[in-house]
Design a protein around this ligand. Structure first.
Ligand SMILES: [Fe+2]
Ligand SMILES: [Fe+2]
Length: 310
């Protein structure tokens, strides 16, 4: 999928394949209206833009981040955490950029933005944001662990993609509260289910699946293509061809591992099977999956304390 590609109603997926063209279009319009998403914070957009600008200097990044004092202090706290390895020695934003590199700084800024969105004060719903945050963070970490094992060039992108992969659930909770309430009640009645069954239930109750809702947000926020693809296809990785298959496959596998390790459980009893195509692509011997799950569990604890959440 090319950068900036729009996940048009035509590509909403097999969960809407039984709908006629007009019905699909109507669904697309309804979702676009329902998803009255706020824009990303100005600082986040500026940091993302600077990453894509080959002329941008460290000074430019420093200037943008320090515009927001609260963000700058959070960036420093993260940079100094055990997870990012600064160990209290990094005193300025420019030093953080020099030590950690621009890609990591972008990841930290985006991760802080997402953390603030998840923990924003709002009316109480039955959607468990604490478990959701834990699941997202664990998927980010597992994606990065797998990327390192695979020596993938996508290691920073998949961390963010893992963090944001289920953003559609947060959107449903925020913008379709009544439908989400029904969905959560229906899930509570089910004792065991597969991912496909849950996606079908979402399509029927919410009018769209969480990857579809997430894809609308990715498009609106103009997220990079790897993030957009992982959000839209983490449950259908084989639908992605070309170089974006790798980041999507990593996030898909990470999501399954995290479900299997039961870190941040939102739907008890839901099984998540790794696609055989992705398994073959990763080529990780079966006996290595257990140590990987243990590494992820340990890193989640470190990362939670980096965000100031335990
Ligand atoms: Fe998902
Ligand atoms: Fe997930």
């Amino acid at each position: 999928m090319p950068s900036g590609c729009t996940l048009s109603v035509k590509s909403l997926g097999r969960f809407t394949d039984n709908l006629c063209v007009n019905e699909r279009e109507a669904l697309g319009i309804r979702i676009s209206r329902a998803v009255g998403l706020p824009p990303l914070p100005h600082v986040t957009v500026q940091v993302m833009r600077l990453i894509d600008d080959p002329r941008a200097s460290t000074r430019d990044f420093e200037r943008v981040i320090t515009q927001d004092a609260a963000l700058a202090s959070k960036v420093l706290r993260m940079a100094n955490s055990a997870y990012y390895g600064g160990n209290g020695r990094i005193a300025t934003v420019s030093r953080a950029i020099a030590v950690l590199g621009l890609n990591t700084i972008r990841t930290i800024v985006m991760a802080l933005t997402f953390h603030a969105m998840v923990h924003a004060r709002q009316r109480k719903t039955r959607f468990n944001r604490q478990e959701y945050w834990k699941h997202s963070l664990a998927t980010a970490i597992a994606s990065k662990v797998l990327a390192r094992l695979k020596r993938s060039k996508w290691d920073e992108e998949v961390f963010l993609a893992g963090l944001l992969h289920d953003i559609g659930k947060l959107i449903a909770d925020q913008f379709l509260p009544e439908e989400m309430e029904v969905f959560i009640s229906r899930c509570a009645e089910i004792t065991s289910s597969t991912v496909d069954e849950i996606l079908d239930l979402e399509a029927r109750v919410l009018g769209a699946t969480h990857p579809e809702l997430g894809a609308f947000a990715a498009e609106k926020w103009k997220l990079p293509a790897a993030l957009h693809a992982a959000i839209a296809y983490h449950h259908q990785p084989t639908r992605v061809e070309g170089e974006l298959f790798e980041p999507v496959a990593l996030v898909h596998a990470a999501n399954c591992l995290v479900h299997q390790a039961e870190i941040g459980v939102l739907i008890p009893g839901m099984t998540c099977e790794m696609s055989p195509v992705v398994k073959e692509f990763l080529a990780i011997p079966e006996e290595q999956y257990e140590p990987i799950r243990l590494v992820v569990t340990k890193e989640v604890i470190e990362a939670q304390s980096a965000f100031g959440v335990t």
